[in-house]
Design a protein around this ligand. Structure first.
Ligand code: TXA
Ligand code: MG
Length: 331
């Protein structure tokens, strides 16, 4: 599962040549290009089918690179980096003037992250050795726009096929959902996208509760579009109490359904497929995208997800599922 020396060398050569390389991170697989080169970054948008005004996250090897990409970095941002990098946290900071519009979507900010995956870090270090210590790899999730993010190298191949020159295989992603995004460019830190690093984790460092962005569509975070992370098969969220009735009604109508649930299937009224999920939010997040992808391929007419517990620990998973429901096919 660990790339060879030759694999890394090829990846660096491709990046230098302005080509795309898919790389594992601890959250999801990314589709990477040299972030300093607009023509390389343009290939990411083409391969994903993503609108060009959506900004990308720049991945760097360490804190030392931050000042090259960002300016007026507030103390609070350094504190968060110290606490959570390498790891699943992206910081939005005021960008340096030279940073290409292709990366920032024309905004005056840039998203930065040091990923906590050994293969991503090794690639970033080697790329930095070749290009200068501040080199960055722009990488959105390695899926077609609006679709389910990939958490294995196989998923990337399924999504992008020959659109990507090389996929570095680093095994299944540990976290399974995208990084928490915190905007530190507007004074008080604001959570733009929930993730594995929770408001509680952030509060422990900040000493106060972080603000959570609620205005729909305010900053341009594509993960904040209402429809995202979606299977092609229609997807419904149904409460535990209604689940059995719902499945039975579906069957009487002649429809095949698959269920994603943290509970065992009931004895009676079995649906076509049942994906048993971990009952804790971290485990559930880890399995979420693979489960959606598998059920999308199960040959059913409808995917039913049992509603999640309402407490704060489930916020990030609930966020992704809500958008998956909004973006899925129509019944
Ligand atoms: O975990 C992750 O963050 C993964 C891995 C590959 O690092 N990447 C990822 O990228 O999720 P992507 O492009 O699918 O989502 C990144 C989000 C986008 O929604 C983008 O709009 C937002 O980060 N973003 C990037 N730069 C931004 C900026 N300057 N202001 C606001 N949002 C920004
Ligand atoms: Mg994405």
């Amino acid at each position: 599962m660990t790339p060879s020396d030759a694999d890394y060398q090829r990846a660096v050569d491709l990046l230098i040549a302005g080509e795309l390389v898919a790389l594992p991170t601890e959250t999801v697989y990314g589709l990477g290009a040299d972030a300093a080169r607009p023509s390389a970054v343009a290939k990411i948008f083409a391969a994903k089918g993503r609108p060009a005004d959506h900004p990308l996250i720049v991945h760097v090897a360490g804190h030392d690179a931050v000042d090259r990409w960002a300016e007026q970095v507030p103390d609070v941002a350094w504190e968060l980096m110290e606490a959570f990098w390498p790891g699943p946290l992206t910081l939005i900071l005021k960008k340096q003037a030279w940073v290409p519009d292709a990366v920032t979507g024309g905004q005056d900010t840039v998203g930065l992250r040091v990923p906590g995956h050994p293969v991503a870090l090794e690639l970033l270090r080697r790329f930095a050795r070749a290009q200068g210590e501040h080199a960055g790899i722009a990488a959105p999730s390695a899926n077609r726009f609006g679709r389910i993010s990939p958490t294995t190298a196989g998923h990337v191949a399924e999504e992008l096929g020959s659109r990507v020159s090389l996929i570095l295989d680093g095994g299944p992603c540990k976290v399974g959902i995208e990084s928490t995004i915190v905007d530190c460019s507007r004074g008080e830190p604001v959570i733009l996208r929930p993730g594995h690093i929770s408001p509680m984790h952030l509060e422990a460092v900040l000493g106060r509760q972080p603000v959570v962005e609620t205005a729909v569509g305010a900053p341009r975070v594509s993960g904040s579009l209402e429809a995202h992370y979606a299977p092609v098969t229609p997807l419904r969220m149904v409460s535990g109490e209604r689940l059995l009735d719902f499945i039975n009604a579906q069957r009487h109508r002649g429809g095949k359904c698959a269920v994603i649930s943290a509970n065992q299937p009931p004895q009676a009224g079995m649906p076509h497929a049942w994906r048993l999920m971990p009952a804790d939010p971290v485990g559930y997040a880890h399995d979420l995208y693979a489960a959606l992808r598998d059920m999308d391929h199960a040959g059913v007419d409808l995917i039913v997800v049992e509603a999640l517990p309402a407490d704060a620990a489930w916020t990030a998973v609930a966020d992704r599922l809500r958008r998956a429901v909004a973006g899925a096919g129509q019944i």
